[in-house]
Design a binder for this molecule. Sequence first.
Ligand code: ADP
Ligand code: GLC
Length: 517
Amino acid sequence: MDLSRFISKKDSSEHITPKRLTIVFAASEVAPFSKSGGLGDVAASLPQALAQRGHNVIVLTPLYGHLDPKAHRFSRRLRSLTVPRKSKRQDQLEATLWESRLDHGVQIFFLQADEYFGREGLYGDGDQDFEDNAARFAFFSRAAVEFAKDFTLPVDILHCNDWHTGLAPVYAKHYYEEEFAQTSLVMTIHNLAYQGKFSPDAFDDTGLPKSYASESELFDDDGDLNYLKSGILYCDRLTTVSAGYAEEIQTPQGGAGLHENIANRSTDLEGILNGADYSVWSPDIDRHIAVQYDIDTLNGKRQNKAELQHRLGLPIRPTLPLVGVISRLTKQKGIDVLIPTVSTLLSDLEDERDGFQLVILGEGSAEYRDALEELQKEFPTRVVFCSGYDDPLAHRIQAAADILAVPSRFEPCGLTQIYAMRYGTVPVVHSTGGLADTVADLRDDPDKGTGFVFDELTVDAFAGALDRACAAYRNYRKWRPLMVRAMERDFSWHESARRYESLYLSSHAEEEESAAQ
Ligand code: ADP
Ligand code: GLC
C-alpha cells in the first residue's frame, strides 16, 4: 500500500482558535495505517480538522505488525518511551516511538511494543479476539498517559477513544494527579457495544494496586472488569458521536448495561456528530474510482456503475438500481435482517426488469459469510458478496451504487451513509442513532429529503423502504434532484471540530480553575 500521499509536511492551519491547545489524541486505529471501521477514519480526520483551527494535535497509536516503519519512512525518536506496567517505576518497558505527519501539521506517533502489537491483526485473529487484549490495551492506555506526561509541551487535553484507552483516565488520576491537574481528560464513546470486558483474573494486567480490585467503577455488577466503564467514570468530559446516540445510551434499551453510569454523567456528556473527510471521500477527487464526477457530470456515476457491474460479473443493466452495502458483518449491522429482506424482494419478481442488483462488501464471522454466500448462490445474477476488507472497493461501491443500505440495529454515528450522500448514492437506513440524525426521509419532506428511513428493524419495514427507493429510482425526474440534494449536504468536520474545541476549552478552563484553588 502506498501511504506516501498521507504523509505530509503541509501546515495550512487557519489559526482561528481563541487559544491554541496542545491535544494528545489516543486511538487504537488511524486510517489509512490501521482501520477496522469508522474509528480509524475519525482518528485521522478529527485531529486534522482541529489542527486546521490552529491547535497543536498529536496522535498516538500502536505500531501493529503489518506496519513497516522503514517502508513508510517514519522517523525513529531517539528517546524511547518508558512505560511502567505497575506503579510509578515498576516493571518498565522501553517502547520505541516512530514519528510521521498527517496533513495540517498533525504529528502522529506509532508506539512500538512488539510483545503487544507486533503481530498481524488489530484486536484479533479472524473470528477470535486475542487472549491478551486486556494486557495489550492496559499497556496502550498507560503508554498514552506516560506519553502525554513526558511530552515536550504541557498537554491541555488527553483525548481517549473507546475501551482501548478506557484505563488512561484511571492511570492519569491515580499515578499523576499533580502532573495532570491542568490536563483535561476527554473520553469519546464510538460504540458502546464494545466495552473491553474481561474476567476479574485480568485485573493483574492493569498493574493497578489491589485497592482498585474492589472499586466498583472498574467492574460490572457481574464482576467482570470493564475498561470502557472505567473511562466513562474517570474522565472529565464524555462525548459520543451523534446527538441521537447520546440520548439512546442513557436508556436501558441502548445503554448496553451502562445506561445508569452514563446518565449519571449527563451534564458532562455531549453528542457531537462525526464529520467526513472530503479529501478522501469525494467523487471528484477519488483516485480509486473508474471515473471521477460531480453534480455537473453525473454521467460519470453511470460509468462507475457499468464498470463495477462488469468487474463483479453482474449483467450491465443501467436501468436496474444497484444497491450497495459496506459493513462489518456483525449483529449491530442488521445483516440478519438484510438477508431475508433481500431474499423476499428478489424471490417475488415477476419481470426481470424489476427489483435491484446488490453488492455487499463485508468482513466478519463465518456465520454471516456463509449466509451471504448462500444468498449469492440463490440469486447469481442479482447478488454479489465480496468477503473481506477492501478499501478501494469500498470507494468503488460508493461511486457505482445508486442506493446504499444501512439496516443497523443501532448506529452511534455511521459514516458510510454520510459518504454515500457525497457520491449521490441515496441511503436507505434504519431510524436509529446517527443514521436518523443524518438522513431525512423523502416522504416526510419531498423538498428536503435525502434518502429513505424505516422505523422498525423488520423485514417488512426494510423491504418497504427499499421498494420505495427502487420505485423512486425509476423516475429520473424525481431521482436526480434527490441525488443532488444528498450531494449538497455538507458533513465536513468544520462544525463538529468547532464543538470539540469549545468542549475542550470549557473543560480546560475548569481544570485550571480547580488547580488554582
Ligand atoms: P463502523 O465504525 O461501525 O464499522 P462506520 O459506518 O462508522 O461503521 O464506518 C465504517 C468504515 O469502515 C467506513 O469507512 C467504511 O467504508 C469502512 N468499511 C467497513 N467495512 C469495510 C470493508 N469490508 N472493506 C473496506 N472498508 C470497510
Ligand atoms: C463506531 C460506530 C460508528 C461510528 C464510528 C466512528 O465504530 O459503530 O457508528 O461512525 O465508530 O465514530
